[in-house]
Design a protein around this ligand. Sequence first.
Ligand SMILES: Cc1cc2nc3c(=O)[nH]c(=O)nc-3n(C[C@H](O)[C@H](O)[C@H](O)COP(=O)(O)OP(=O)(O)OC[C@H]3O[C@@H](n4cnc5c(N)ncnc54)[C@H](O)[C@@H]3O)c2cc1C
Length: 411
Amino acid sequence: MDFNDSPEEREFRKKARAFLEQHLEPLGADESPSGLGEREDAAAIQRAKDWQATKFDHGWAVLTWPKEYGGQEMGRLEASVFAQEEARFKTPPPIYGIGHGMLGPTIMTHGTQEQKDRFVKEMARGQVVWCQLFSEPAAGSDLAALRTSAVRDGDEWVINGQKIWSTGAHFCDWGMIVTRTDPDVPKHDGLTYFIVDMNDPGVECRPIKQINGGSHFNEVFFSDVRVPDSQRLGGVGEGWKVAITTLMNERVSIGAGGGGGRTKDLFRLARDCRRNGRPAIEDAAVRARLADIFITGKGLQYTGYRIQSALARGGTPGPEGSISKAIGAPHSQQVASFAMELQGAMGAVSQHGIALQDGLWQESYLGSPGLRIAGGTDEVLKNIIAERVLGLPSEHRADKGIPFRDVPTGS
Ligand SMILES: Cc1cc2nc3c(=O)[nH]c(=O)nc-3n(C[C@H](O)[C@H](O)[C@H](O)COP(=O)(O)OP(=O)(O)OC[C@H]3O[C@@H](n4cnc5c(N)ncnc54)[C@H](O)[C@@H]3O)c2cc1C
């Protein structure tokens, strides 16, 4: 298979680069792409919104979406060529992954025409930002065990409960929430999905302090939040089906990246750091580690291409989606850990402007463990591979077929 650009893709890449050069500064050799760390800074969020509006106005936003919702109806391959080119420039922090990658496609699949017209185009232009309100303190891997309730009151629903790990909720305008509307049926059957206004006075966001000093995600509390029935996405009791659409899109967004993208930076680091008075890259043990990392990185890159090709043909990725995440997340952590080892005492310095490669590896070292949890933990992915790919017997599920209210909780 030929993975080089076709003549059309080459032409498209040239056009994309010309647009980007007109509006952005290229990244310097020692600069890393915009850090997720900037997501608490209101000025950086505004820069992200301005950049999204510029892309939208020039026809470079949400490239794969239908034209009526602000997209360009392009293929996945073109979108990934644009993303590759954009990554060479200094961009504001990425704040649209959840909205554009997961929630927009969910509204386009399950929304009424009125909901699509009201929310999707606005989402594409990015002046309002969206978050995903799924996980709860006792419902993460086992999402269908969630307890936040929505009770019908005429044409409205009243939401009470708590969500957690909600990325970006502190700067978002809208959220998509899964709630329990019927505790008397088995857990997957009693859920309903809503669009909720994050500026409602009954919504309280409490940022969670992370190991890297940032606070990108939140606990979110809902106290008597009233949501009109017109903001229900999908049928009453059909929230699980809608949530699966969001989760499928999440796994594709994570997996299609291919992982291993930092190998070039790691090789540069190995040239710049010293071991036994010589560049570390000349040390046999370092070279052996680099070779292993390179090989895994290539495997991930080509697995990413398999996902892209499946999507470009209009299919859905098979096992490669789970494999990419199951191998890619631990790989990112191992690479970051080796990069810290190479830096020796300098590994403890993370300050921009002083740290090697602008602190890229310090951020990655502290952030990469989270990649092994978000979007499906290592163990859950292994369960998926065991059951759906290898056909091994499925796990024992003690709550199967039991009304949610009667599931033993140990309390
Ligand atoms: C960076 C980051 C961003 C996130 N952003 C969001 C967001 O925007 N919105 C949102 O709703 N959520 C978000 N999450 C939450 C994420 O979806 C959950 O953390 C994830 O689903 C795991 O759930 P949990 O944390 O409750 O862990 P648990 O499910 O309680 O798991 C605890 C441990 O038990 C293991 N385990 C659980 N079940 C099994 C099983 N059946 N077999 C074997 N082992 C098992 C897990 O692998 C894990 O090691 C985010 C998480 C992270 C790390």
